[in-house]
Design a protein around this ligand. Structure first.
Ligand code: FEO
Ligand code: CA
Ligand code: CA
Ligand code: CA
Length: 667
């Protein structure tokens, strides 16, 4: 999800939220963006004026692709895409095909009805593909690269683009007033995730209809809680006095797959679903915890019809969201499990690796300005011979939070109740508000605050390159970073464009207490000195990007990044996929491979093992803002991608990218 200014809350975000920016003065980022826009207009490049941004003439669709010979030193062999500032449709590098595989509303379950625009129908939506696809994972069937399961997260909904006649989200009260119960329930069914069976035939991917694996997970799917916080008093509600059963998962952003073929799907901005800001007053311990999680933020109208989202009626319901959920996609009857040992925060993803000693290690970002990077190491070892033996591996282990030192070293600080730190001090105690490990995990952010970790510039994906053992961390940006609060790992004030950190665990041991780190790239335009970008000078004008979000590491150990937040105004380019060199003289050189249609962000980068297909997720096409106001609606969208039919709104969709004539993606 892009920064919360684009959430339904728009103007209603709580000022006390650690990541919110209560000021309205222009920031350095805005000034740079303005300067970029002016500069590009002056230079007569394809910068898009506000009027053009509103109208999006079809002429903009044809962004020319620039052929470029392969550099001898580059590990990537594709001809870089010439970036477009934004267009109604997507673009891929020359020599590649990009086909829409499945769109919001397409049938998933065998009895699903076809998509009908502007129809609020919760029962239909519960059987159809959900909204705002984010994480994508491919699990081969019978070891095949052309046949498998795709697991997909459905992060959130854009009601103003789903239904006719709704006010933009900038006018929340008007938007909420027009939302009917059926619309709200349809939104709830459009959340969660999907399992689809996919097959490549005659070079083209399609969804296998009426698959026995097909599944939809929604905001109402029955789940269980496991691990140290299951059954905790802070988890009990009137619907679930045991504190062990939950209905649904919310705002599932990125994720991961495990070697035992399960899907880890991560709840992120769960604060937006809860109602009644009065609950955050007076400042009791519970209210303080709510505030630390930015709840209740009232971004969705669900609380109008469903009491469990009103924190004055169900004060513990928020504690049951904000977890990593493990799902077995090969068993459509399996119950999803919220693994509390991994902590509760605004999880981005769950990049992971089997450590050399057999333990399983999951890296996690908490995506909010000034929040932290986490790591979970299981107590037990992965059994590579028996998948079922790993069934509850994630219920026992040590969650730690990262401190980045100025000298390029770093350490992991364990979040274990009652355990002394290396100086003999014990912070996670009853005296400090933590009665047990359940408290530590339910209030992970508050526990971490006591240990002095490094406050980061919005940690998004953190993923391991299994070929090199190095770990890549996307920091998408933080306009609230002031010069006084800069540090070595977050070295730019008003960090508008983000950066990528490379971490090397000491001794190549992902369970080690210490690591070294370096900044791979500071993002943004290398041509504007104030931005301070540090791409390799070999990077072309198409090759730089801002706002890194998700990673994919391909089977050759090469890094690809997707972005969230580029726009004509900010970077004179749409979001997309860029490849990045991480080794040798080309280190820090990136190339543009794919761009999304206007208003979308790029998510879900996922390769098949043979590297011949690259699945990407186009999220919220047409979610367009001008000067902070969301201006795109169902009735007047900035694009109708991918159908381009009058009366049909833009539809989030998965795109399958292949090479014309076959072959490895990226050359
Ligand atoms: Fe849902 Fe951090 O993006
Ligand atoms: Ca997203
Ligand atoms: Ca994200
Ligand atoms: Ca994002």
């Amino acid at each position: 999800m892009r920064n919360r200014k684009l959430q339904p809350s728009v103007a209603f975000e709580a000022a006390e939220n650690a990541g919110s920016n209560p000021t309205t003065a222009p920031t350095m980022g805005d000034l740079i963006a303005e300067r970029l826009s002016r500069r590009d207009l002056i230079q007569g490049l394809a910068a898009v004026s506000v009027a053009a941004e509103l109208a999006w003439p079809r002429a903009l669709a044809a962004a020319p692709a620039e052929s470029k010979a392969r550099d001898a030193a580059s590990s990537f062999g594709f001809a870089e895409l010439t970036v477009s500032p934004g267009s109604p449709t997507h673009h891929v590098a020359e020599g590649y095909e990009a086909h829409v595989l499945i769109r919001w509303g397409d049938p998933v379950l065998p009895d699903a009805p076809p998509f009908v625009p502007n129809r609020a129908d919760a029962a239909a939506q519960a059987r159809q593909f959900g909204y705002n696809n984010d994480f994508v994972g491919f699990l081969p069937l019978d070891g095949r690269d052309d046949h498998g399961l795709l697991v997909v997260n459905h992060e959130y909904t854009n009601s103003e683009l789903m239904f006719s006649g709704l006010a933009t989200r900038g006018d929340r009260d008007a938007n909420f007033a027009s939302l009917t119960r059926e619309m709200v329930d349809t939104e709830m069914m459009a959340h969660g995730g999907a399992v689809i069976e996919v097959r490549r035939e005659n070079g083209r991917w399609h969804v296998v209809p009426a698959s026995n694996y097909a599944r939809r997970i929604t905001a109402e799917t029955e789940m269980v809680l496991s691990g140290p916080a299951a059954g905790h008093d802070r988890m009990k509600t009137s619907d679930d006095p045991t504190g062990t059963r939950v209905r649904g998962m919310l705002n599932n952003c990125a994720g991961g797959l495990t070697p035992w073929d399960t899907w880890l799907t991560c709840e992120e901005n769960i604060n937006g679903y809860f109602w009644n800001k009065a609950a955050a007053e007076p400042l009791t311990a519970e209210a303080r915890a709510l505030r630390r999680y930015g709840a209740p933020a009232e971004w969705y109208a669900w609380g109008r019809f469903h009491d469990r989202f009103d924190v004055t009626k169900e004060p513990n319901e928020p504690n049951r969201f904000g977890w990593v959920v493990e799902i077995d996609p090969f068993d459509p009857t399996s119950t999803p499990i919220k693994r509390t040992a991994l902590g509760r925060f605004k999880h981005e993803g769950a990049g992971n690796i089997v450590n050399r000693d057999g333990r399983f290690v999951i890296y996690q970002g908490d995506d909010e300005a000034f929040d932290y990077v986490y790591r979970f190491v299981t107590d037990g070892k992965v059994d590579p011979t028996n998948k079922d033996a790993n069934r509850n591996l994630l219920d026992n282990g040590v969650l730690s939070v990262a401190r980045f030192h100025a000298d390029g070293t770093g350490e992991w600080l364990p979040l274990v109740h009652g355990r002394p730190n290396k100086d003999g001090q014990v912070w996670l105690t009853e005296a400090n508000g933590f009665q047990d490990q359940g408290d530590v995990l339910i209030h992970t952010r508050l526990a971490a605050d006591l240990l002095g970790p490094t406050k980061m510039d919005r940690p998004e994906d953190i993923d391991v390159n299994p070929t090199t053992g190095k770990v890549y961390l996307a920091l998408t940006g933080n306009l609230k970073r002031t010069e006084e609060r800069m540090d070595a790992a977050n070295p730019r004030a008003e960090n508008a464009f983000g950066h990528i950190i490379e971490i090397a665990p000491d001794g190549s041991d992902h369970a080690a207490d210490t690591f070294t780190w370096d900044i791979l790239i500071k993002c943004g335009s290398p041509q504007i000195a104030e931005v301070g970008a540090t791409f390799n000078p070999a990077t072309s004008d198409n090759g730089w990007f801002g706002m890194p979000d998700n990673f994919a590491v391909d089977a050759d150990g090469r890094l690809w990044v997707t972005t969230d937040g580029n726009s004509p105004r900010k970077t004179n380019r749409a979001d997309g996929v860029w490849s990045i060199e991480t080794e040798g003289p080309e280190r820090g050189t990136s190339r543009c491979f794919f761009q999304v249609p206007v208003g979308a962000e790029m998510c879900g980068p996922c390769f098949t093992p043979d590297l011949e297909t690259f699945f990407v997720a186009v999220q919220h096409p047409g979610e367009t803002e001008i000067g902070g106001d969301v201006i795109s609606t169902f009735d007047s969208p900035t694009t109708r991608w991918p159908d381009f039919e009058n009366g049909t709104p833009p539809r989030p969709a998965i795109v399958a990218i292949t090479r014309k004539g076959g072959g490895k993606i990226g050359g």
